[in-house]
Write a protein that binds this ligand. Sequence first.
Ligand SMILES: [Fe+2]
Ligand SMILES: [Fe+2]
Length: 157
Amino acid sequence: MEKVEKILKNSKYRYYEKKIEEAEKDREFCRHDIKHCIDVARLTLLLSYDENVPLDRELVYGAALLHDIGRAESCADHRQRGAKLCVPILIECGYSKEEAEEIASVIKSHGSPPSEDEKSFRSLFYRADKLSRNCFACAAEKDCYWESDKKNMTLVM
Ligand SMILES: [Fe+2]
Ligand SMILES: [Fe+2]
């Protein structure tokens, strides 16, 4: 995954990731670190195999690694901001303009629940982002702001 390797070494990506890590160092709730991003990529791919929705791995990992970089500035509107910040990074890393736009649109909508029967990159990605959180094993679950129907209280995949 040549383009994904380039993202990992990209100076803008590393700068945003470092800022988020510093801002969240004392956070008791889920963090938005590289571990979360890789979990989202792998879960998106698991869902895609399970539900026969073919997806390009470089697009999945590109979206997952960059989906929360908007949090480097602030949590509010992080999806909109991330959708803008990701494009120059993706282009520098060898993604085409069309691929960068597709990833930006997935990042922009990663907080909007898809309809139940939607089978798309966007819908699997949304679900993977939520599934990545192990609420059933989280010490801060009781104080978490997530609505109870969003929390993963059993291990699904
Ligand atoms: Fe997010
Ligand atoms: Fe996320």
